[in-house]
Design a protein around this ligand. Structure first.
Ligand SMILES: Cc1cc2nc3c(=O)[nH]c(=O)nc-3n(C[C@H](O)[C@H](O)[C@H](O)COP(=O)(O)O)c2cc1C
Length: 343
């Protein structure tokens, strides 16, 4: 629609390249096809099929189906295409401008977060966008590490002057760092020493346990300790923070022989994404038969890429001095592991 607003004449718009059909990328195509009668939709076979599933009326004569490395010669600019299945839909692809060496990377390297006037990475403090890119990656693309690795390998031989993702900043200065970071995320490797503690608590006893763990980690010199109440923080932020750090401690009170309801979707998502390369400590609280710690332990046992630290600690009610010492011991085991990794 922007094209029409800036006064592009109908004959001036001949192609729209659809790297991805998700409605936030393709929602205007129906209208653009009406406004620009010469317009052809460029995409791979799956793109065209999926656009039709989304209700776009697309006769064959208004499509141009491309395959991997086909070249669309526009005169000065020559564009080529790289398929990137499951990053993060089956039809996803990237477009590369051979002339100016610009990679239109689609959702890869995309981030959440409003630009607030920013356009290029060298014009802003990129910390916010790095965090938002990790939140985007971990929550949306994170399950598909193997396809991301395949795409990174495929694109590694390209000379790239600029990466233009579909969401977020345009990257032209920190391209190397960006690709290195993505590589780590794709392998589910943490990027920083630290421990994320997430708990679910009704009366505050499990929360109290989390505080003891956090305090002792701090005593041992672990500078990044982030404690989340699973009822209070949007899970996308918890997920993204787990992606960043090597240490994870999960705690829950017992709730009807099960884990606390707000912890359950988080465990389910971590399991579905196959979390790995993390140290994991488990703790929780109960009053009679338990259930929360048991469920977290089952979750942990289902993920071979998690290294469980010590034995799960499940206590009844408030933290006595003896229980406090057990928590301190668990925190120390976690700190020992992290400190040993510094070498
Ligand atoms: C709705 C509800 C269900 C509960 N279910 C169990 C249970 O199945 N097994 C158990 O041992 N305790 C159960 N409890 C007790 C709590 O798990 C126990 O009081 C625990 O200390 C709460 O920890 P918190 O202070 O972190 O919330 C339940 C409590 C509530 C309110």
């Amino acid at each position: 629609m922007t094209l029409a607003l800036v006064g592009c004449q109908s004959w001036e718009v001949q192609y729209i390249i659809v790297n991805h059909v998700e409605p936030d990328h393709s929602g205007s195509i129906k209208n653009l096809l009406k406004i620009y009668p010469e317009l052809k939709v460029v995409g791979n076979a799956k793109t065209i099929m999926m656009l039709r599933l989304l209700g776009v009326e697309l006769p064959d004569e208004r499509t141009m189906v491309v395959k991997e490395k086909d070249v669309l010669d526009l005169g000065k600019h020559k564009l080529t295409f790289y398929l990137m299945p499951m990053v993060h839909w089956p039809e996803s692809m990237a477009t590369y401008d051979i002339t100016d060496k610009i990679l239109f990377s689609n959702d890869a390297f995309g981030s959440f977060g409003a630009l607030d006037g920013a356009v290029f990475d060298d014009e802003v403090n990129t910390d916010f966008f790095t965090d938002e890119m990790r939140r985007y990656y971990s929550n949306i693309v994170g399950k598909f590490g193997a396809p991301v690795n395949a795409v990174l390998k495929k694109l590694s031989s390209l000379e790239i002057s600029c990466i233009c993702p579909s969401h977020g900043l345009i990257w032209r200065k920190y391209i190397k760092e960006l690709i290195e970071r993505y590589q780590k995320w794709a392998n589910m490797e943490p990027t920083k020493e630290g421990v994320v503690i997430v708990y679910g608590s009704m009366y505050g006893h499990t929360a109290e346990m989390a505080e003891y763990l956090g305090r002792e980690l701090g005593n041992r010199g672990i500078k990044d300790v982030i404690i989340f109440d699973s009822s209070k923080t949007d899970h996308s932020y918890i997920f993204s923070t787990i992606w960043k750090y090597k240490g994870l401690m999960l705690g829950s009170c017992a709730h009807n022989n099960d884990v606390y309801p707000k912890m359950e979707p988080l465990l389910h998502k971590l399991q579905n994404y196959g979390l790995k390369n993390r140290y994991l400590g488990i703790f929780g609280n109960m009053m009679w038969s338990g259930g929360g710690v048991k469920k977290i332990k089952e979750f942990a046992d289902s993920l071979p890429g998690l290294e469980q630290i010590g034995e799960p600690i499940e206590i009844k009610g408030h933290v006595t001095p003896i229980e406090r010492d057990r928590l301190i011991e668990l925190a120390n085991l976690m700190a020992d592991k992290l400190i040993a990794d510094r070498k």
